[in-house]
Design a protein around this ligand. Structure first.
Ligand code: FES
Length: 627
C-alpha cells in the first residue's frame, strides 16, 4: 500500500537555493529564514542578509549580549573572549553563542530564542472563546484545623482530610511533604486542591486554582493560562515547537527518534523545556508561580502525543500506522518533567488514528458541530491537514500530508508570520502590491502571502494550469537562483537578493494544495455529496485564520462556495483544550468524538493516486466525472 505521508513528504523534500563554493547554507529557526551566506561571516551578518531579525542592541559591537543564538554544534567558530565574558558558564555549556561573535564554518541550523528576536512572531493563539465548565476536575477547598496536643496526636494529613470531610481521600506524596511546615506557618488554615478523591496540592489560602491548556502543534505551540473556576483566560503565549531542529515534519522527527541513540529523549526534552519556559512566563505575567497550576490539558497530533510521552513510534511510522494508545491519559506532571504544582496532573487527549490525533478531537469538540446536522466540513490546515466531514449522521476524518509549504517551509523565500513577512499580494499586469506584517520592509513570504502569490500569478496568466512559469513575462527572471517570478526586486535592498516565487516553489505548492483537495474530494465521494451540498466549511488553524479564502478557492485548495458558508475560527484545537480543562463532561465528550469518528485512509482509496496527480493542476476545485 502506498504511504501517502511518507511519499508526499519525500516529494516535498527541501528545495531552495544551494550554497556555492565559499558559501554555506544557514537556516534560522523558528523564523524560517534560510539561504546561502559567505563562509566565515558572523551569524549576525547572515541574519541581516537573510532577514532573520536578531536583536542587536549594540549594533554588533559585542557589548550588549542581546544577540544570543544556539547554532548546531561544530558548525561555527569557538567562543571569543567577549562571549566568555558576557555569557554564563551554563549558557556556554548549553551551546548559547552571541551571533555577532561566532562565525559560520559549515552548513548551519541556528535556533533563535524568542528573547533574541528583534520583533516577536505572530503568536497565532486567537481562537474561539469558551465558557468555563461547571464540573471542573479539580476543586478547591479551604480548611482550618485545630493544632495537635498531647490529647490529640492525629497526623497532619489525617487531620486535614478529616476536617475537609474527605476522610477516605488520599494525598499526593509531594503535597504530604509540603503539608507539615505549611500548616504551622499558616496558622492551621490552608487551601486544598482535590482531584478524584486525591489531594494534589496544599497551599496557603491566597493561592489561586489555575490550569494550563496547550495545543502542541508540529510547528507551533500555543499555551493558555486559565482560571479553572471561572474559565477566564488570564494570559496566552505562542511559540515555535523547538523540535523543528530535528525536522520540520512528523515523519522526520519520528525518524530521528528511531534512528538516533537518545533521539526520542532529545525530542521529548526539547518540548518539555519549551513548555516549562512558557508556563513560567505565563504565571509570572499574572504575578504567580507554577504552584498556582493544578492541572494541564495537552492536545496534539498522534506523533506529537507519542514523542511527548516517549511512547514507541515504530508502529506509528509504518503501515498500518497504529498508535501505541488512543485512549486519553492522566499523568502526574512531574513524571513528564513538567513543572506544575506538587501533585498536579496532565490530561492528554485521546487520538483517533495514526495520523489523526487529539488536536483534531479538540477542534471538533470546540466547533460543536453535530453529524446529524446539515453537511459541514471542518479543515485544520497545518503541516498535516486534518479534514472532517460531518454528514448523514456520521463524522469521518482524513489526514492530508500537505507538508510545511503553506507555513513557509520548503519555499525559497518562505518564512513564519513575523514582521516583514509579506502576508497579502495583489498583481495587476507588471504591477505588484505587497502588504507586510507591521508594514516593515519585506524580508520573505508567510503562508497567506504564498497562497496569494500563487493565486494572483495564476489569475494574471504568469503561471499556467500545469504550474509552468511564463518566461516571457517581464517579472519572470532567470537568475543564478533559478527561474523565478520577482515580487520585490533586489535593487535598493542593500545587497540582499530579490523576493519571489521560484518554479520549484510552485511545484511544492501544487503538491500541498493537491493533498488537501484530494482529501476533501474523497470525503465527499465517501458520503456521496457534491461540494455545493456543504452548508458550512469551518477553517481552523493558525494559517487558516489569515488566508484569503478567494485565493484558496482560486487554486482549488478549497471548494468554490459562497463566502458566507465559510467560517475562519482560529485555533480551534486550543479552544477544545481550554473547554476540557475545566469540565469533566467535555472530556467525556472528547472520548465519544474520538471513538465515533471514522477514519478514511486515503492511500487505500483506489482513485487516490489519479486524483492526487490531477489535482496538482492549478484550477478551481472540481469533482471528477463519475463521482
Ligand atoms: Fe550586542 Fe552581539 S549585538 S553583543
Amino acid at each position: 500500500m502506498m504511504n501517502t505521508h511518507q511519499d508526499s513528504e519525500q516529494q516535498l523534500a527541501a528545495s531552495g537555493p544551494q550554497a556555492e563554493a565559499g558559501e554555506v547554507f544557514v537556516d534560522f529557526e523558528p523564523v524560517g529564514r534560510r539561504g546561502p551566506c559567505a563562509r566565515g561571516s558572523t551569524l549576525l551578518d547572515c541574519a541581516r542578509l537573510l532577514g532573520a531579525g536578531i536583536a542587536a542592541v549594540c549594533g554588533g559591537h559585542g557589548t550588549c549580549g542581546r544577540c544570543k543564538v544556539v547554532p548546531a554544534t561544530d558548525t561555527v567558530s569557538g567562543p571569543t573572549t567577549i562571549e566568555t565574558t558576557l555569557l554564563s558558564h551554563s549558557e556556554l555549556s548549553a551551546g548559547v553563542r552571541l551571533a555577532c561573535q561566532c562565525r559560520v564554518l559549515r552548513d548551519c541550523l541556528v535556533t533563535v530564542p524568542p528573547e533574541s528576536l528583534s520583533t516577536p512572531q505572530r503568536a497565532q493563539i486567537e481562537g474561539l472563546e469558551v465558557a468555563a465548565g461547571s464540573d471542573p476536575p479539580v476543586t478547591s477547598v479551604e480548611v482550618t484545623v485545630s493544632a495537635p496536643s498531647m490529647h490529640d496526636v492525629q497526623g497532619d494529613a489525617d487531620r486535614v482530610l478529616h476536617a475537609a470531610g474527605k476522610g477516605t481521600a488520599t494525598i499526593d506524596v509531594a503535597a504530604a511533604r509540603a503539608l507539615p511546615p505549611l500548616l504551622r506557618a499558616s496558622d492551621w488554615a490552608l487551601r486544598l486542591a482535590i482531584r478524584d478523591d486525591e489531594v494534589i496540592r496544599v497551599s496557603n489560602l491566597s493561592m489561586p486554582t489555575l490550569g494550563l491548556a496547550v495545543d502542541l502543534g508540529t510547528t507551533k505551540i500555543a499555551a493558555y493560562l486559565v482560571n479553572m473556576l471561572s474559565g477566564e483566560v488570564l494570559a496566552a503565549e505562542g511559540r515555535m515547537n523547538p523540535q523543528i531542529r530535528y525536522g520540520e515534519d512528523v515523519v522526520s522527527r519520528m525518524t530521528h527518534a528511531l534512528t538516533n541513540e537518545g533521539g526520542a529523549r532529545d525530542l521529548c526534552t526539547s518540548v518539555v523545556d519549551a513548555l516549562n519556559e512558557m508556563t513560567e512566563r505565563l504565571v509570572a505575567s499574572v504575578g504567580y508561580t507554577t504552584d498556582a497550576l493544578v492541572e494541564a490539558v495537552i492536545v496534539g497530533n498522534t506523533a506529537m502525543h507519542h514523542l511527548l510521552l516517549t511512547l514507541p513510534v515504530d508502529s506509528l511510522s509504518r503501515s498500518p500506522y497504529v498508535p501505541a494508545i488512543s485512549a486519553p491519559m492522566d499523568i502526574k506532571a512531574r513524571e513528564l518533567g513538567l513543572r506544575l504544582s506538587q501533585g498536579a496532573y496532565v490530561h492528554v487527549f485521546p487520538n483517533i488514528a495514526g495520523f489523526v490525533g487529539g488536536d483534531h478531537v479538540a477542534a471538533l469538540l470546540a466547533i460543536d458541530a453535530s453529524p446529524s446536522g446539515s453537511p459541514t466540513l471542518v479543515i485544520d490546515i497545518g503541516t498535516n491537514t486534518e479534514v472532517c466531514l460531518l454528514a448523514n449522521g456520521r463524522r469521518t476524518s482524513v489526514s492530508c500530508a500537505s507538508g510545511p509549504a503553506f507555513e513557509g517551509g520548503h519555499i525559497r523565500d518562505g518564512m513564519r508570520a513575523a514582521a516583514g513577512a509579506i502576508e497579502h499580494v495583489e498583481i495587476s499586469g507588471d504591477e505588484v502590491h505587497v502588504q507586510t506584517i507591521e508594514d516593515s520592509d519585506p524580508v520573505g513570504l508567510c503562508g497567506s502571502g504564498i497562497l496569494d502569490t500563487l493565486a494572483e500569478m495564476h489569475r494574471n496568466g504568469i503561471v499556467d494550469r500545469m504550474g509552468r512559469l511564463d518566461t516571457s513575462h517581464s517579472r519572470v527572471k532567470n537568475s543564478d537562483r533559478g527561474k523565478e517570478y520577482v515580487l520585490v526586486s533586489g535593487e535598493g535592498r542593500n545587497g540582499k537578493p530579490s523576493i519571489g516565487m521560484t518554479q520549484g516553489d510552485v511545484r511544492q505548492l501544487q503538491l500541498a494544495k493537491s493533498a488537501i483537495e484530494t482529501g476533501i474530494q474523497l470525503l465527499l465521494v465517501h458520503e456521496q455529496l457534491a461540494p455545493t451540498d456543504l452548508s458550512a466549511v469551518v477553517v481552523a488553524g493558525a494559517f487558516g485564520t489569515y488566508i484569503d479564502l478567494q485565493s484558496a478557492m482560486a487554486i482549488g485548495m478549497l471548494p468554490e462556495l459562497p463566502l458566507e458558508r465559510y467560517k475562519q475560527v482560529g485555533n480551534a484545537a486550543g479552544a477544545g483544550a481550554k473547554l476540557a480543562l475545566s469540565s469533566l463532561a467535555r472530556r467525556r465528550e472528547a472520548v465519544e468524538i474520538a471513538a465515533r469518528t471514522g477514519y478514511l485512509e486515503l492511500a487505500a482509496e483506489p482513485t487516490f493516486m489519479k486524483r492526487f496527480v490531477d489535482n496538482t493542476y492549478i484550477a478551481p476545485f472540481e469533482m471528477t466525472e463519475g463521482d
